[in-house]
Design a protein around this ligand. Structure first.
Ligand code: ADP
Ligand code: MG
Length: 666
């Protein structure tokens, strides 16, 4: 629909990261409106991604009253396309702005496609945007993602130039997120205040049968879930989201959906939309889609594996071992850069997957541990070992290995064994960051990955540029990297006790919870990293740390409220009523003495643990560490008493749907 000039200009921005030419905006806006109008849209919205991790939007109509007051005109100008000003005072900003200066601006991101959302009653044009403050600080998850992509593009160019490439196209980082989720019948979910509030189940005894038979994983998808999945796929296709795989996951009631990978920025926007669509379509099917990381105790939690790579149309996938020795040396440089990055900034990587929900999953012997390590697979690991060893030796399965660009053999195309226990795994032509939680925005992890890789590529380029003998310089640089950072490589069982001990010996950090991990965001190395790579300023990092700490406490606060309310108003009354009934039965017939004794003792425990929780809760304050050390354990005590009572109180008198009901009735 655009003129040739406008089209070329916009494409240049999208494909080559060129600054947007403001003069084409009017034309683009008008054509967008025409297109949206032809599909029946009446409204438009700038969609943005505040630090809450959710999507936000404020809608405006295309229509304005015309001068005569008798009719309306539909219009959409370049200025309105490019910039919006939602009242931003209620979004978390971590101290960047006082409410009196609450101005926040949304700015059109031409690199992420606009789309239409349909509702039974109307259609809206949605425009992905960045969200920044009056003073220019980013208040969102998109702005740093775009900047991190620019940083990695710049540094990757330097490396590719060293390998003699010219005419290098813009290099983009790519992401393919695998989304796990649970589905529960809404009839049950609505009777659970914890699930209605968007949390995990805070009570619930283990069902008689769990996931021990591995009969759900890749099993036949239940009929009702299949209908849901077809609808989800259809809705996502309409939005231009390329969904690819769908299957049953390990836990009963757990499923997964994954799209084909896209440019990281578009993938992140699409991921946000995908979460919205999953919830909306589930609702239409009488189901609740649960994205919480650990909705059911004792069963697998849900993650979001973020597959990540780097590439462009001229050099293709840079994390793909190449066909020729020349390409392989280049691949090893990128791979070495990742190894250095992940080891050097492990605490940062831990902090970007930190959330109250994900804490219950990481390290729970079904998800990767909180210790950040890299799995390379046998063959690539062997190659790295040889580089570390210095000279030329033999590769595991093939001939002679020399780092010299002339003599490197073909590298393994297949990563070899799968290792599900590693938080960060090489999977043949990309890395897979598995520690990300199912409810999280993937932007934070992608910002961190792109930026730490940019930093490592910068480090390597500094070593290689100007080297008299490139091959020799690559060999020494890689060896140095492996000597210093090789400790992060671990190909064994990440769940095992031995690994925890060995990781400690290797000096790898083990930041078990969000409270332990969040301080990393403003550590001197991290501030230096983000400022050097021009991705986030110290102020922006501080604001993020503050917002995430607040969110952590706020989340546990809601959970503690729920435990108290459900414990006092649902579970205690049920237990007390049963005790009374038992006492009467005992008086009348003499039966039930031992059951009565157990119920009374557990009900007393329930009551006293609720008192204890309330005391810890009201004293908690604002420190994440305090919530973790006092409120969370107190909640668990209440749960222990309640779950034990669930096994005694008559089924028809238990006030909450059970795990058995929620997970197996479909
Ligand atoms: P698995 O369960 O075996 O890990 P899936 O097929 O469920 O694999 O998901 C793999 C994901 O990795 C998909 O989203 C896929 O598009 C993505 N992917 C593949 N190649 C790349 C790449 N070069 N960059 C980023 N993501 C990729
Ligand atoms: Mg995977």
């Amino acid at each position: 629909m655009l003129s040739k000039e406008a089209f070329a200009s916009v494409i240049d921005t999208i494909e080559n990261g060129k600054k947007l030419d403001g003069s084409v905006a009017d034309e683009v806006a008008e054509k967008m409106r025409e297109w949206a109008d032809s599909k029946g849209a009446t409204h438009f919205t700038h969609v943005f991604y505040p630090l809450t991790g959710f999507s936000a939007e404020k809608h405006d109509s295309f229509y304005d009253a015309s001068g005569d007051g008798a009719s309306a005109i539909s219009k959409f100008t370049g200025a309105t396309l490019i910039q919006g000003e939602p009242d931003a005072s209620s979004f978390p900003n971590g101290g960047i702005r006082g409410t009196h200066e609450a101005r926040g601006y949304t700015a059109w991101d031409p690199t992420s496609p606009a789309y239409l959302t349909e509702n039974a009653n109307g259609i809206t044009l949605c425009i992905p945007t960045s969200f920044v403050s009056w003073t220019g600080e980013s208040l969102d998850k998109k702005t740093p993602l775009l900047k991190s992509m620019a940083a990695v593009n710049k540094q990757a160019h330097r490396i590719l130039s060293l390998f003699g490439h010219d005419e290098i196209a813009h290099i983009s980082s790519s992401a393919g997120p695998e989304q796990e989720y649970f589905l529960v019948d809404k009839g049950f979910a609505n009777a659970r205040p914890d699930l209605v509030a968007g949390c995990r189940t805070l009570f619930g005894a283990a069902p008689p049968k769990g996931q021990e038979f591995d009969d759900h994983y890749f099993g036949v998808i239940p009929e009702r879930v299949m209908s849901f999945m077809y609808d989800v796929d259809r809705e996502l296709f309409k939005l231009g989201i390329p969904t690819k795989t769908r299957h049953n996951e390990v836990a009963p009631g757990q499923f997964e959906i994954a799209p084909t990978y896209e440019s990281a920025n578009v993938a992140a926007d699409h991921q946000q939309l995908m979460m919205t669509v999953l919830k909306r379509v589930a609702d239409q099917h009488g189901l609740l889609c649960i994205l919480n990381e650990k909705p059911f105790a004792g069963l697998n939690g849900s993650g979001k594996h973020v597959n990540w790579s780097l590439g462009n149309r001229t050099q293709k996938n840079l994390m793909d071992p190449g066909e020729t020795p020349h390409e392989n040396a280049q691949f090893l440089v990128f791979c070495g850069a990742v190894i250095r990055a992940v080891d050097k900034y492990a605490p940062l990587l831990r902090s970007v997957v930190a959330s109250a929900g994900n804490d219950h999953r990481l390290g729970a012997n079904e998800a990767p541990p909180a210790i950040i390590s890299i799995f390379l697979g046998d063959q690539l690991n062997d190659v790295m070992e040889q580089i570390k060893g210095g000279g030329a030796t033999t590769s595991k399965s093939r001939g002679v290995l020399n780092i010299g660009v002339d003599s490197l053999p073909e590298l393994p195309k297949d990563a070899g064994d799968r290792n599900r226990t590693s938080p960060f795994a090489f999977t043949g032509n990309r890395f897979e960051f598995r520690a990300v939680g199912s409810n999280q925005s993937i932007s934070g992890p992608l910002v961190a990955l792109n930026t730490i890789l940019a930093d490592s590529l910068d480090f390597i380029a500094n070593k290689l540029e100007g080297a008299a003998d490139l091959n020799a310089a690559i060999q020494t640089t890689l060896k140095d990297i492996l000597d210093t950072h090789g400790r992060v490589i671990f190909n064994g069982d990440g769940y095992s006790e031995e690994w925890h001990a060995e990781a400690a010996e290797r000096g790898l950090p083990n930041l078990k919870t969000t409270a332990d991990a969040l301080p990393a965001i403003t550590s001197p190395e991290v501030v230096d990293l983000f400022e050097r790579m021009d991705v986030l300023s110290e102020t922006e990092l501080r604001s993020r740390q503050e917002v995430y700490s607040e969110q952590y406490c706020a989340f546990i606060n809601v959970e503690a409220n729920l435990v108290t309310e459900m414990g006092r108003t649902m579970i205690f009354p049920a237990a007390a009523a049963y005790a009374t009934q038992l006492a009467a039965a005992k008086a009348a017939t003499g039966i039930g003495a031992s059951t009565l004794e157990k119920v009374v003792s557990l009900t007393n425990e329930l009551e006293s643990s609720l008192d204890k929780l309330e005391a810890a809760h009201s004293a908690a304050g604002e420190e994440p560490m305090v919530w973790k050390d006092t409120v969370l354990p107190a909640m668990l005590e209440v749960r222990a008493a309640a779950d034990a009572l669930e096994a005694l109180v008559p089924d028809n008198a238990w006030p909450l749907p059970t795990y058995q009901e929620m997970l197996f009735i479909k």
